[in-house]
Design a protein around this ligand. Structure first.
Ligand code: ZN
Length: 248
């Protein structure tokens, strides 16, 4: 089985469509690690694409806040403004759909998926402080996570050494292939589809080929100007559409 891993699409339809175009024919099943909505201009349209596409969809913190499962009290002012905007924009059906999404972790066949961390769906795994305890006591060899919008992840090698997974800056398409050695442990972030924060503005995703036991990381350019125009027209805060071009 080849799994397409999509995370943090954040209502960015142009980025999502570019990812799906590049991924076409390369996967058997799609999984979504949450944050379908929040920040971007097309929450309903993104749900309409991901809902029928992905076999499993777990919720992210923005999905919860935008559908009223939680308030946005711990969000920064800009994220809160985007949450308010998204609440107004969502159809009642899509709001209900977001409310019904399960929290992670969800156990798949031999691996698991979470939004933030296996211990707390809202926790950010940003470095060894969070990653090491999780890698030392894993429930599955590989956990796929999102939430940080940083493509890559963390691993413990067969010799027990901790490593951040650093990816090369590559042209559009396949960025890197990671072989999941049996005696190693992995926390893998497929990257953010709709709002990367790792310094590369291009949309990110990953494909996990379970038979070959490899993860392929991908990046693709998309029509950013269209997304920014839509955000401007929607009255979303300028810093939120500016950050898209910096990948921060
Ligand atoms: Zn997110």
């Amino acid at each position: 089985m080849r799994y397409l891993l999509l995370s943090d699409a954040h209502s960015n339809l142009e980025a999502l469509e570019a990812c799906l175009e590049l991924a076409q024919g390369k996967y058997d099943e799609a999984l979504c690690l949450g944050d379908l909505v929040g920040y971007g201009p097309n929450p309903n349209e993104v749900i309409e694409v991901i809902k029928p596409l992905a076999r499993v969809i777990i919720r992210g913190n923005h999905d919860k806040a935008c559908s009223g499962v939680t308030d946005a009290a711990d969000f920064n002012p800009l994220a809160r403004m985007a949450t308010e905007w998204t609440r107004q924009a969502l159809t009642p059906e899509h709001c209900e759909f977001l409310r019904s999404l399960p929290s992670g972790p969800v156990m798949m066949e031999g691996f698991s998926i979470v939004h933030g961390s296996p211990l707390d769906e809202d926790q950010y795994i940003v470095g060894p402080g969070q990653a090491l305890p999780l890698l030392r006591a894993p429930q599955t060899q590989t956990v796929f996570f999102g939430h940080t919008h940083f493509q890559g992840g963390f691993m413990v090698t067969p010799k027990g050494r901790f490593q951040s997974i650093h990816l090369p800056h590559a042209s559009d398409g396949l960025v890197d292939t990671l072989s999941l050695e049996n005696s190693a442990r992995f926390l893998i972030n497929p990257g953010s589809v709709g709002q990367p924060r790792d310094g590369d503005w291009r949309a990110g995703f990953a494909i996990f080929d379970q038979k070959k036991n490899v993860v392929e990381y991908y990046r693709t350019a998309y029509d950013l100007a269209i997304t920014q125009q839509k955000m401007r027209k929607a009255g979303l805060p300028e810093p939120l559409f500016r950050r898209l071009e910096y990948g921060r």
